[in-house]
Design a protein around this ligand. Structure first.
Ligand SMILES: CC(C)(COP(=O)(O)OP(=O)(O)OC[C@H]1O[C@@H](n2cnc3c(N)ncnc32)[C@H](O)[C@@H]1OP(=O)(O)O)[C@@H](O)C(=O)NCCC(=O)NCCS
Length: 457
């Protein structure tokens, strides 16, 4: 196989795979107000326009809090809050409406620049929050219903519905409804494939939060993805730690928002920095993304292989073959032992492989282990090994062997210990490649405790 000369080719492949998967699906963008004032806003809107032109059905829910505060201040109307929620007085509601529509119009203008049509609409039916703990919330409302039929008709035309933070009761009364709530309700009612929480900063990084040991980070310390259980763990680890920093509270607020969306049935919620150029496209069209994803569905898994995985397996092995770490296998070789192989799949793409061959005499060989370099140090290699060890155990094997020329330290870390050729089953002993002189390592499965058990994640 010829070496890939253009490293971007893998990114292009990923992008095409995602593009065909997302065409026709609905995505909701809840965008924080401060982004409008940032230099990244025009790029963000251009990228969103690209998605619309590419056949993705986009809904925008503009955040407006800071702008409403500014408008109320300008008109000398007091902004009062209770339990973190605005109490919208009779004096305030016309100004809130004005501010909300003013912001929504700015989105419409930005989309027009990319020749994408948009409508600001009354798609939210609301009712009053009423009296909470003795406090009348007045014109602050909650979502009663999202008018999905009207929205779907608009989306079918390739037009972007924009939902301001206002809802109307059946009697035509206006309420100020939190945009987070509208975004979740719209995502859930429309069966959206994704909800994007577009923030104005780089959040959910290693240094900002206490996180469980198994959290997956990128090299720069960004939390890559979480399932709802892991997100709950982070909330638990960071509660009452005496640190009430504003940034940290923002991170936790975003996680709570993402978790509520997930609990409402939105399978994937992405938290991204809207001020970073290309953040949406990067998050959407690459496996590593640019933000943090909360996923409720099956995102990564180890599974047996299909014929269509074989080119990907050979592709991942190739650089290791060039470095003489792995021996070359043909597509037929893999096909013949198909049942022995497993792959590690991230969002439908193969990122690692491995095989377990039965050598007889209660011994198995772990072989063809290869992990995609672009995804190294994410525990993928380790998980494949643990999976295959577990498989060997379930098959009643006593021992797992591995033949390695360059990875002995790593296998030792996982509990394997060097052994001699005399301990191999006869046939494997006879097939031993004396030119290659691989070192032989073994993991005894009936040993009471070993590192491989301790580090399973
Ligand atoms: C070893 C291998 C599977 C690691 O893949 P991975 O997905 O990055 O694995 P993990 O994330 O579980 O482990 C990464 C850790 O192991 C370390 N590591 C990787 N290769 C290593 C090696 N040869 N020796 C010692 N440590 C190694 C990394 O530095 C990293 O350390 P960190 O967690 O402190 O950052 C991958 O490099 C590979 O495919 N190597 C070839 C495997 C091989 O020899 N196959 C033939 C025999 S079957």
């Amino acid at each position: 196989m010829k070496e890939v000369l253009c490293p971007r080719i893998n990114v292009i492949r990923e992008a095409f795979a995602y593009q065909s998967r997302f065409t026709g699906s609905t995505m909701i963008f809840k965008i924080d107000f401060p982004i409008i004032a940032s230099s990244g806003f025009s790029y963000l809107m251009k990228d969103i326009a690209l998605l619309v032109n590419g056949g993705i059905r986009v809904v925008i829910v503009p955040g407006c809090k800071e702008w409403i505060d500014a408008v109320l201040l300008e008109h000398s109307v007091l902004s009062e809050y209770s339990g973190g929620e605005r109490i919208t007085s009779e004096n305030a509601i016309p100004l809130v409406e004005m501010a909300a529509f003013n912001v929504a119009t700015r989105y419409m203008t930005a989309l027009s620049a990319s020749r994408v049509d948009a409508v600001v609409g009354n798609f939210t039916r609301a009712r009053g929050r009423g009296v909470i703990n003795g406090i009348d919330m007045m014109y602050t409302g909650t979502v009663d219903k999202i008018f999905t039929q009207a929205m779907r008709r608009i989306l079918d035309l390739g037009v972007v519905p924009i939902l301001p933070c206002i809802g109307w009761s059946s009697t035509g009364k206006s309420y100020n409804v939190p945009s987070d709530e509208i975004a979740i309700a719209a995502a859930s009612a429309l069966g959206a494939a994704k909800l994007f929480i577009v923030t104005g900063g780089d959040y959910l990084k290693k240094e900002q939060l206490a996180t469980p040991a198994h959290t997956r980070y990128t090299d720069e310390g960004r939390i890559l993805r979480l399932n709802p259980r892991e997100a709950e763990e982070i909330l638990f680890l960071n509660k009452n730690d005496g640190e009430t920093g504003k940034e940290k509270e923002k991170c936790l607020g975003m996680l709570r928002f993402a978790l509520s969306a997930s609990a409402s049935g939105v399978e994937r919620v992405h938290i991204i920095n809207g001020c970073e150029e290309g953040a949406v496209l990067n998050e959407l069209f690459t496996n590593l993304g640019s933000g943090t994803m909360l996923y409720a569905d099956e995102y990564e898994a180890i599974r047996g292989i299909h014929n269509s995985d074989i080119p990907d397996i050979l592709h991942i092995m190739e650089p290791l073959i060039r470095q003489d770490i792995l021996i070359r296998r043909s597509a037929e070789d893999v096909q013949k032992k198909k049942d022995d192989y497993v792959v590690y799949v991230v969002d439908g793409s193969v990122h690692a492989c491995g095989a377990l061959h039965d050598l007889g005499d209660g011994q198995a060989e772990l072989a063809a282990l290869a992990s995609d370099k672009a995804y190294s140090s994410m525990n993928i290699g380790r998980r494949i090994v643990h999976y295959l060890i577990e498989k060997a155990r379930n098959l009643g094997m006593k021992r797992v062997l591995v033949f390695t020329t360059k990875t002995q330290d790593w296998f030792e870390l996982l509990g394997f210990r060097e052994t001699s050729i005399d301990t191999l089953p006869r046939q494997r002993r006879e097939n031993y490649n004396y030119k290659r002189m691989s070192k032989i390592f073994a993991l005894e499965l009936n040993a009471p405790q070993n590192a491989a058990h301790g580090s399973t994640r």
